[in-house]
Ligand binder design. Structure first.
Ligand code: ZN
Length: 202
């Protein structure tokens, strides 16, 4: 039987969001991106949203004591299966999620070598006007605002290295946790989106 509770993990630029959404659509699972959840909490000025705001304003990760109740509240409203993208990020988050559930989630981990991630980020184009990141094959103008697409600013590469380091520091222990529990499946994330999805689907 396929698990109806999935968590999707992978480094920045691994294609995790695209693949996770597609899998959720295919299997009729509710899809949660923690980024979208945070933006919604800010818009609605919820108590947790207001507590998260200063961290987001400083570009920092939102701490577990805010993130965990926010996601568990969402999970508690779901009547069917779900797929989480961007959570759990840390080991305490993974443990809190397990404790809260009767059916423990299974993890899908998208693995892409660092060199390939760097290549992807270097080739990514961004709109000079609205800063939307272009998808593969888009161009030469921004589909949203018609602005010019250009490679992302130089500081993007050091920014990316920071995110990659943060990922290793926080998420690798989480991945080990799911592996030890026999609830992880590692998927090769290289190749075209369709090739990767063929493996994700399993
Ligand atoms: Zn634009």
């Amino acid at each position: 039987m396929k698990s109806r509770h999935l968590v999707f993990l992978g480094p920045p630029a691994s294609g995790k969001g695209t693949q996770g959404r597609r899998l959720a659509d295919d299997q009729g699972l509710a899809y949660l991106s923690t980024g979208a959840l945070l933006r919604q909490a800010l818009r609605n000025q919820t108590e947790l949203g207001e507590r998260a705001r200063p961290y987001l304003d400083r570009g920092e990760f939102v701490p577990d004591e805010i993130m965990v109740p926010m996601v568990l509240e969402w999970v508690g409203h779901q009547e069917n299966g779900w797929l989480l993208d961007g959570f759990p990020r840390t080991l305490p988050q993974a443990e809190a999620l397990d404790e809260a559930l009767s059916e423990e989630p299974r993890a899908i981990i998208l693995h892409v070598p660092d060199e390939e991630l760097r290549r992807r980020v270097a080739c990514r184009l961004e709109c000079v006007d609205c800063h939307r990141v272009a998808r593969e094959g888009e161009g030469p103008t921004c589909p949203t605002c018609g602005g010019r697409l250009e490679p992302r600013a130089d500081d993007a590469s050091s920014n990316f290295e920071n995110r990659l380091q943060e990922y290793r520091r926080l998420v690798l222990p989480t991945i080990s946790y799911y592996c030890r529990k026999g609830r992880a499946r590692i998927v090769n994330g290289t190749g075209s989106p369709d090739e990767v999805y063929g493996r994700v689907k399993g």
